[in-house]
Design a protein. Sequence first.
Length: 89
Amino acid sequence: MSLGEVRGTQSSSDTKWNNSSITYWGTTDLQGAQGVQRGYFLNDHGAAGHDRGSFEGSVSIAGGELVVEGKWQYTGGDGEFAGITGNGT
């Protein structure tokens, strides 16, 4: 089991997300080469506001690389992102 925090700057063709900061916190529970990852994310768009959400997926190790596949969903936001809804894979 591991706990992690990842931070970075996004690159996107959508100007609302391009150069926004993303931070996500998650747990990964692997048994052998299979497992589960769960966590939360926060996108900081500066003066425009924030959006946040959660994610959950399966984790596997294939060819020496970690592969995560799953779902994410928005749980809220503020500023221009107040009332944001959405989800994906």
